[in-house]
Design a protein around this ligand. Structure first.
Ligand code: MLT
Length: 408
């Protein structure tokens, strides 16, 4: 008799964004004439940059020739992309990352979800609250938690991100083995300072812990003082893995390309207490379970590092940041207290009462979809998130509707 992995029974019924999509679809069926503006999931709306389209077209044409055809590529990604990433994303910020430390993949959701499986089932895991739900759910699946009691899983260490700490948690008193951090943060939009990240790196090195650093939103940082990579912090090569994505900077949510950096100095320990290279272990996992991102898509991703590509990415991310500024300004003028939206494409807004009730009210009264804070964790209660990934027309329309509904 086939039996399921019982850890799956501990999960909430459905993944947050699937749950929201279901509610919105039900509402749309019941209210077919009501226009809906989706500001929930952070999915991009603007077309792929021209440089990427051209590079993808050219690569497809190349694939149609005997000499330019590509079969299986290197699982870790083609050298042209790994080299471009190291040279453009890391060297200019003083971080020495080798192409051999970069693993190209089809998404940061997959990478940040899959990484846990190379670590012990008994690893003690710290996660921020509120949090991108993938980090929690994949550790539940991996058997590192007990049951969910009142919205929190037994066995996890929750790092509370609240108005009191500016939504940037400090290291806990107790020792943990794995720490998830995400800056610019999803969902709050908060950024950690150099000093705050140094505290985390020092903590991780003291405890021989590993930081899993999600930097998927780095392209939206506008303040030059804000660290762009965990590797800008002294000692991070010995204690951190970094996840990055082409989804949000270059509009690749439907095209799929991302990468993970695993430095050669990073080690964890086997049961005999011997050091094991995490780069080698991840390479083993990646080459076993993944066959690489398609050649045309990697060519498209590499194109963003050309001078023209850099300009297009800046224009694209500036566009979304202007949306974020419009949202932030409107909500602030209406008297809401907001964070985010200045170095991140999410605006995190405080409310009184239940965020799911607020979600329903907003949807039913205005047709606007937000993400209820409680969906990201207990500390998300009393907040909701608006995504700046939308057309200008939709953002302006949504702000007019919100003003009509909440204005005095
Ligand atoms: C979000 O809305 O939090 C993100 O778009 C989800 C994701 O990137 O997977």
């Amino acid at each position: 008799m086939a039996q399921i992995n019982e850890n799956y029974s501990k999960l909430q019924a459905s993944y947050l964004f699937s749950d929201i999509a279901k509610r919105v679809n039900r509402f749309a069926e019941e209210n077919p004439d009501q226009p809906i503006i989706k500001m929930g999931i952070g999915d991009v709306t603007e077309p792929l940059p021209e440089v990427c389209r051209k590079a993808i077209h050219d690569a497809v044409d190349e694939m149609g020739t005997r000499t330019g055809f590509h079969g299986y590529g290197p699982e870790q990604g083609y050298a042209f992309l790994r080299e471009a990433i190291a040279e453009n994303d890391y060297s200019p910020r003083g971080c020495e990352i080798k192409p051999s430390e970069i693993f190209v993949s089809d998404g940061s959701k997959c990478d940040s979800g899959n990484i846990q499986e190379i670590f012990s089932e008994s690893a003690k895991v710290a996660i921020p609250d509120p949090v991108y739900p993938v980090y929690v759910d994949t550790n539940v699946m991996g058997g590192r938690t007990g049951q969910n009691v009142n919205g929190r899983y037994e066995g996890l260490v929750y790092l509370e991100s609240t108005p009191d700490n500016g939504y940037v948690p400090s290291p806990p008193e107790e020792a943990v083995d794995l720490i998830y951090l995400c800056f610019p943060n999803n969902p709050t939009g908060a950024c950690a300072t150099r000093e705050q990240l140094q505290e985390w790196v020092d903590y991780a090195r003291r405890n021989k812990a590993i930081i899993l650093y999600d930097a998927a939103y780095v392209a939206f940082i506008r303040d030059p003082e804000v660290p762009h990579s965990i590797y800008e912090i002294g000692g991070a090569r010995e204690c951190a893995i970094e996840f990055r994505s082409f989804s949000k900077n270059a509009g690749f949510t439907g095209t799929r390309c991302a990468f993970t950096v695993v430095p050669e100095e990073l080690f964890a320990y086997d049961s005999a207490g011997e050091k094991v290279s995490i780069n080698k272990l991840w390479n083993r996992r990646h080459t076993t379970k993944f066959n690489g991102v398609s050649y045309p898509v990697q060519r498209g991703a590499a194109a963003i590092y050309s001078p023209e590509g850099k300009k297009e990415v800046k224009t694209l991310t500036d566009f979304y940041m202007e949306n974020a500024a419009i949202i932030h300004k409107t909500m602030t003028e209406l008297g809401f207290s907001c964070v985010g939206g200045t170095n991140a494409p999410y605006v995190w807004i405080k409310i009184d009462g239940s965020s799911w009730d607020f979600f329903d009210e907003l949807l039913h009264k205005t047709g606007i979809v937000c993400t209820p804070g409680a969906g990201f964790g207990t500390c998300g209660e009393g907040h909701f998130r608006l995504s700046a990934f939308n057309t200008r027309e939709n953002v302006e329309k949504a702000m007019t509707l919100i003003k009509e509904h909440f204005g005095k």
